[in-house]
Ligand binder design. Structure first.
Ligand SMILES: Cc1ncc(COP(=O)(O)O)c(C=O)c1O
Length: 414
């Protein structure tokens, strides 16, 4: 071989080597090559979160006529319970907090409890796509998107919004995470009801996906609140029992947004002899809507004889200006709680609920069974980052500047 062709071979060899190293580290190529096992096989990847396993309900729930067959562990369970000196509480009441906001980092909050059953069902049915819906800042949609990606499935989110174009939908809070994990997002008008406007779109999309790829989609309703998701809070009720909550508390307070958490807890409490009194604070819709939703779900698991009005109190009057809209008082409360207790509440669910609880304790103490109240923190932290706190905190800064410039060592601003 001539020196020239030897040189050519070496150079070409080096180019090929550089090319292959580049390709190895080009993540777009990696994804296209489907190297990560979770992209190749949803089922094998499920071991990241614990495999899909057979589900056995607690003994007290075995009489239900519908019980999911499978469950997958996604949540960090046995979330702690500790005392909570929530501001504004009368001296004769004590409040503790169950930290379901700590079920995970991105998979935090009550939604992941329901997804343990819904995602297991999706995998069991061999679906490759998950389709769901909610508001633009939906915690549920964000949890679905990330859980789907964790399990190698493709998330599709229908998000209700006033945005009139894709750009104005923004990239804050939950939306940032939805976009970060590459969700397919379809923006729909905010006032579109689920049954008449969203469900038909979701079904159409599933059909289109199937025609194009032959792959099946799993449809999850608003908030994951159906008879399968219900078992998320059946599980939590068992957890509460094991943590001694039935002996240590008289009352349980929690947010009610699509009704699934309320239904699971109400059923758990009923089936275990109703030791706690349940107070569901409505942050959307109204009490009648939630009682009806709960009764429908109860009927689907063989409990049609129950009336949810006998199982819990759904409380109206704490929605403020409406679902997802914050008042100055609510933002003030969220900040006060953060300053005094370092518990972070979100403006859409836990903030309104905690404030509602304090107001109920003041205005209607007789509605409580006792004086030992447990507040269930259902998460929602990414809602704090949706941008609404910025003008509030800027106004605070003007009133009492806590941020100060200190450009030079000897230039102390105090
Ligand atoms: C953070 C948070 N808390 C509470 C709720 C209400 O729970 P549910 O939809 O089960 O009523 C939701 C969702 O709606 C939520 O995202």
């Amino acid at each position: 071989m001539s020196p020239r062709s030897l040189w050519m071979r070496t150079v070409l060899g080096q180019i090929a080597l550089v090319q292959s190293v580049k390709e190895t580290f080009d993540c777009r190529k990696l994804l296209r090559l489907k190297i990560p096992s979770c992209v190749v096989s949803a089922r094998s990847c499920s071991s990241m979160s614990g495999a899909v396993e057979d589900y056995k309900p607690p003994e007290w729930a075995t009489k239900l006529t519908y019980i999911p067959k499978k469950r997958i562990h996604l949540a960090v369970a046995n979330t702690p319970i500790h005392t909570w000196k929530v501001p504004g509480l009368p001296a004769d009441f004590s409040v503790s907090i169950k930290r379901d906001d700590l079920t995970g980092s991105t998979l935090s909050g009550n939604k992941v409890r329901k997804l343990e059953f819904l995602m297991a069902d999706a995998l069991e049915q061999g679906c490759r796509h998950v389709i769901t819906c909610g508001g633009l800042q939906s915690n549920h949609c964000r949890a679905v998107a990330l859980a789907a990606r964790q399990l190698g499935l493709t998330p599709h989110l229908f998000l209700r919004t006033d945005a009139t174009d894709v750009k104005s939908a923004g990239c804050e809070g939950n939306m940032l995470l939805d976009r970060l994990c590459g969700s397919h997002i379809y923006l729909v008008p905010r006032r579109n009801p689920f049954l008449t406007h969203l469900k038909p779109r979701m079904e159409q999309l599933a059909q289109q996906i199937n025609t194009a790829s032959g792959e099946d989609s799993y449809l999850i309703p608003v908030g994951g609140s159906n008879k399968t998701g219900l078992f998320g809070y059946i599980t939590v009720f068992e957890e509460l029992m094991q943590q001694g909550a039935l002996d240590n508390f008289d009352d349980l307070v929690f947010a009610c947004g699509s009704g699934g958490t309320a239904t699971g807890l109400a059923l758990g409490n009923y089936l275990t002899n109703g030791k706690l009194r349940l107070h569901a604070i409505a942050v959307s819709d109204n009490a009648t809507y939630f009682y009806d939703h709960c009764d429908e779900t109860l009927a689907e698991v063989g409990m049609a004889h129950l009336n949810s009005r006998d199982l819990m109190r759904v409380i109206d009057g704490h929605k403020g200006k409406g679902y997802g809209i914050s008042t100055e008082d609510e933002l003030e409360f969220i900040q006060q709680v953060a300053m005094e207790t370092a518990i972070l509440l979100d403006p859409v669910y836990s903030g309104k609920t905690a404030l509602g609880m304090v107001r109920e304790i003041h205005n209607n103490p007789g509605a409580f069974q006792g004086r030992r109240v447990l507040f269930l923190h259902t998460g929602g932290i990414f809602g704090l980052f949706d941008g609404r706190m910025t003008p509030f905190l800027e106004q605070k800064q003007e009133q009492e500047p806590l941020i100060k410039m200190w450009p030079e060592v000897n230039d102390c601003p105090l």
